[in-house]
Design a protein around this ligand. Structure first.
Ligand code: FAD
Length: 312
């Protein structure tokens, strides 16, 4: 059994997701090789080589890998899969974009968003917004697996894997990069933040969302999240949505402000280590998952919290 892990990297730095997906890859079966592909991925490849449990890092350099286009990545991966029994990637936008195409080209089923590895061919994954856990046993010769990284701890550092340059595959010419609009922020990235402050419909407007959520997030050095109701109402941008149809997060601390705790929201944050909720309705479902709950009006409680934090 040999497993290939597709690295998630940004601007030549490996994302946290790779070290977490690596834990799943090792459990599926070693030796584990990591593929780092990009315009100039040497820095990310060096970081990958230091991860514990990696035997080899494959580096494919080329302009065609600069923007995560599924078609050239799939061409490269399908060419490599002759030597591997399993291909693993995190359930990030990159993994979700590329792996289905690889699975289709190999004519196998993709196993999506696993939260546990029971064996080399058996996996657990949440379904129905996390209300049930499905156990999937694959009979395909090649396993194509995306990993819910919030469910796995990151591997440590201390490895010294060999780094090998490999040739870029041809560009199938099915897609081309046109442009992108990136949100630049000094805040931690939502998917990997240690602390998240999230706001819900109760905030009432984009101005109030900014006015109430941002100072607390600044105080805590936190990323900002939002419920879908807040996003749909235009209080917060789409990329801040947490939940079944947003990001799945598992920070050390998740602060839910004016969020009712619908199952679709819980599906994205209930694995957080400590959950703090402020809601004026003492029967709000968020209190069923909260470690600390405060029944209060957030517009008075949050400023008080900020001023108390400022004293520490
Ligand atoms: P509400 O449910 O309206 O809750 C607002 C809360 O604020 C209430 O509990 C209220 O008591 C409290 N409140 C009001 N005023 C105050 C105040 N002044 N101080 C303190 N508390 C106050 N939702 C997601 O979040 N993420 C998803 O990814 C997602 N995906 C979905 C996918 C599908 C297929 C469907 C059907 C729904 C999905 N939803 C998702 C929507 C979800 O069902 C809920 O509608 C949504 O989470 C509700 O957002 P909310 O808690 O902000 O709003």
């Amino acid at each position: 059994m040999a497993t290939l892990l597709l690295a998630d990297h940004h601007e030549d730095h490996l994302g946290d997701a790779t070290a977490k997906a690596l834990t799943a890859a090792i459990q599926i079966g070693g030796p584990v090789h990591i593929l780092v592909a990009g315009t100039s991925p040497k820095g990310a490849a060096a970081e990958a080589a230091r991860l514990e449990g990696v035997e080899k890092v494959l580096v494919a350099s080329g302009e065609i890998y600069g923007h995560g286009l599924a078609e050239p990545f799939a061409e490269l991966l399908v060419g490599l899969m002759g030597a591997y029994d399993a291909l693993v990637a995190s359930s990030s936008t990159t993994g979700k974009n590329i792996l289905p195409r690889v699975a289709a080209l190999l004519d196998v089923m993709q196993i999506s968003d696993i939260s546990k590895v029971d064996g080399p061919d058996t996996f657990e994954r949440p379904v129905y917004a996390g209300n049930a856990i499905q156990t999937v046993k694959s009979t395909d010769a090649k396993k194509i697996v995306t990993v819910r990284t919030a469910a796995f701890a990151a591997t440590g550092e201390g490895g010294s894997a060999a780094v090998e340059d490999i040739s870029a595959a041809g560009d199938p010419g099915l897609s081309r990069f046109v442009g992108e609009e990136l949100t630049r922020s000094d805040r931690p990235e939502l998917g990997s933040a240690k602390i998240i402050v999230s706001g819900g419909r109760a905030l009432g407007s984009a101005e109030k969302f900014k006015e109430v959520i941002e100072p607390l997030a600044d105080q805590l050095g936190a990323a900002i999240g939002a419920s879908r109701a807040a996003v749909d109402a235009g209080y917060a941008p789409n990329d801040q949505q947490v939940g079944q149809t947003g990001k799945v997060v598992a920070p050390d601390l998740y602060v839910a402000l004016g969020i009712s705790g619908a199952i679709q929201h819980l599906a994205g944050m209930k694995d957080s280590k400590v959950i703090v909720a402020i809601n004026k309705d003492d029967e709000a479902p968020i209190f069923q998952v909260a470690d600390y709950g405060l029944v209060a009006d957030l517009f008075t409680a949050v400023p008080e919290l900020i001023s108390e934090l400022a004293k520490t």
